[in-house]
Design a protein around this ligand. Structure first.
Ligand code: PDD
Length: 286
């Protein structure tokens, strides 16, 4: 079954899906994106993802490429045409195609690309059973990581470094020694008293949609959450550690910089958050 992509108004074979060489996403990383999980035939938390997309576009003064009402139809159509029941749908909006000049071009239409791809839920469940390892790296990103920009080179380099060290995620560490977030996920710990701790999202991290929904999952499970910074040392001594993102949900972390977290096995609270997630998350039929 050939994969299909949406590119600026057309559904095309994935192999023939192109944008122009002077697209500002390609030349300046002048664009934003969203990744929604597709689970059991539903697009997960789509309204929240579109709300964050709106914020990213507004912060960068990029116009919506289509109306806000039409985008869900395109997302669903790409998911449907690719027969994705479990996997993800990716959307990217750039400022559009224009002769290379740093300042905003006048009258350029934003570019919209949407792709979808399958993932194996059994493989994700297996990964959660074993947990993942994290490598810490110094924060070296710009100040506006609250915008979901396609400018991800520091994240690429950090995650490559993590991979070379046998880890599956990199954690950016602030100058004051506190954990900011992962290369493509938010960071959490659970204290000895069973309290969930995650850094406030007003500044310095991306406000993860999964993170937001996990606040509701935690409330349902009667778990307390503290929004505050935590150090690498506190994480290493925590009862449980996990990351969250659309593609990982709540994923246990079993080692940080080669040192085991707790007994080196996934924690039960993280697994219960993971299990309860889909009962709480908003599910739009795909
Ligand atoms: N990344 N922080 C960063 C830097 C991220 O890139 C992501 C998501 C998150 C979690 O956000 P959410 O819960 O909305 O997925 C936090 C996506 C999955 C990616 O780039 O592939």
């Amino acid at each position: 079954m050939p994969r299909i992509a949406y590119v600026n108004g057309r559904y095309v074979a994935h192999a023939d899906a192109f944008v122009h060489i002077e697209d500002r996403g390609y030349q300046f990383a002048d664009g934003v994106y969203e990744v929604c999980e597709v689970a059991r035939g539903f697009i997960v938390d789509m309204p929240r993802h579109l709300g964050r997309l709106n914020r990213s576009l507004t912060e960068l003064s990029i116009d919506w490429p289509v109306t806000r009402g039409v985008l869900p139809i395109i997302l669903r159509e790409v998911v449907r045409r690719n027969h994705v029941t479990d996997g993800l749908v990716y959307l990217q909006v750039t400022r559009g195609v224009a002769s290379r000049d740093f300042v905003f071009p006048a009258g350029t239409k934003p570019s919209l690309v949407v792709t979808a791809r399958k993932a194996d839920p059994a493989a994700a469940a297996k990964r959660a059973e074993g947990g993942i390892k994290v490598l810490t790296v110094p924060e070296n990103r710009w100040d506006r990581v609250d915008i979901k920009s396609v400018g991800l080179l520091p994240n690429v380099l950090a995650k490559q470094k993590a991979k070379e060290a046998g880890a599956q995620e990199a954690w950016f560490i602030d100058a004051d020694g506190t954990v900011k977030e992962g290369g493509s996920s938010n960071a959490w710990i659970i204290t000895r008293d069973g309290v969930l701790v995650t850094r406030p999202a007003e500044h310095g991290i991306l406000r993860g949609i999964t993170r937001t929904t996990l606040f509701e999952v935690a409330a349902k499970l009667g778990l307390k959450i503290e929004e505050r910074g935590f150090s690498v040392a506190e994480a290493k001594a925590a009862r449980e550690v996990f990351i969250s993102s659309a593609t990982t949900i709540a994923m246990p972390v079993v080692a940080i910089d080669g040192a085991p977290v707790a007994n080196g096995h996934p924690g039960s609270i993280t697994l219960s958050l993971r299990q309860a997630f889909f009962d709480v998350a908003e599910k739009s039929p795909a």
